[in-house]
Design a protein around this ligand. Sequence first.
Ligand SMILES: Nc1nc2c(ncn2[C@@H]2O[C@H](COP(=O)(O)OP(=O)(O)OP(=O)(O)O)[C@@H](O)[C@H]2O)c(=O)[nH]1
Ligand SMILES: [Mg+2]
Length: 340
Amino acid sequence: MADELGEMDDEPARADGRGELLAMSEHTDQISPADVCVLVPTLNEEPTIGDVVTAFIEAGYTNVLVVDGGSTDDTQEVALTAGADVLVQSGDGKGQAVREAVAQIDVPYVLMLDGDGTYDPGDAERMLEPLSRGYEHVIGNRFAGMDDDAMRALNSFGNRMINRAFRFIHGADYEDILSGYRAFTVDSFERLSLDADGFTIETELAVECVKHGIETTVVPVSYAARPADSETNLHPIRDGGTIILALYSLAKTNNPLFYFGSLGLTGIFLGGVVASYVLWQWIVHSVGHEILAVVAAAAILLGVQLLMFGVLSDMLVSLHREQHRRLERLTRHARKRDNE
Ligand SMILES: Nc1nc2c(ncn2[C@@H]2O[C@H](COP(=O)(O)OP(=O)(O)OP(=O)(O)O)[C@@H](O)[C@H]2O)c(=O)[nH]1
Ligand SMILES: [Mg+2]
């Protein structure tokens, strides 16, 4: 999957559905700012939100929607004065805010970024450009142009580990899955099943893109440090842990072999350790541990069963993906015929 997606840049037209989609849209014009909603989730970003909104409006992106999580500072007033629409989210967390906001957007494209001034509005065109070529989701890779002081060592290390885990578990290389700079079509967003409320929204977006075969690409963006007077909403250890857990639990339907297989291998390993101990006690000291022997056997059996279950589920998922691709191809053919 990773390779398939990675190849798309060099290979515009291919016999399968993907190539077709790109070839079809090769002549599409550049995306007009009028078709774009700039979406900025905020929670207490008063020091920076004004500059972010103003930069987009001056660049011609006049449709700016700030979705606020009930800031206790003047974020909402500053955003309104700068010319944005402000929506106050009905629930909690960045994820809920983004879902609620996208449901109200009536233009085809969304450019999403944080309100903390760490992303560069000057990268907007670069972020949107792939959408005009048929891509449906674009991730801004912060590691490409990061200021030295933009991310603490712990955060940077955590980010890299999470990206590595994502690549291993979900089989696609999106380089910076936790990036908050995203461009996507409203249509593709609606096809994803998202239910993360908080900071796992970015993780969920990446996993769902792989799962639903959303045409995704990565572009380099610059990333600056939060200004000294603005405060982070992130707790590196707690949020990092939640993200890793989310990556793992989302593997159930995306990579069941990994999900069940890793549990199975753990069972086999633990059972093996106990069995070796029992055997050693019996051979060296002639002492029998019946109960431990039963526990070891049960753990090994359960492990093998989980592993088999993983293999079977993996086959099911592969078949499902194939059918899904076929259906998409048929839908596209049908749409094309209708348009002719
Ligand atoms: N609407 C809404 N926005 C939120 C909420 N929590 C965070 N945000 C915003 O989501 C964006 C990302 O949050 P940040 O705190 O910058 O998270 P981060 O970029 O991972 O962490 P930093 O390294 O501190 O920048 C910011 O614009 C926040 O203001 C929330 O509960 N509701
Ligand atoms: Mg940020």
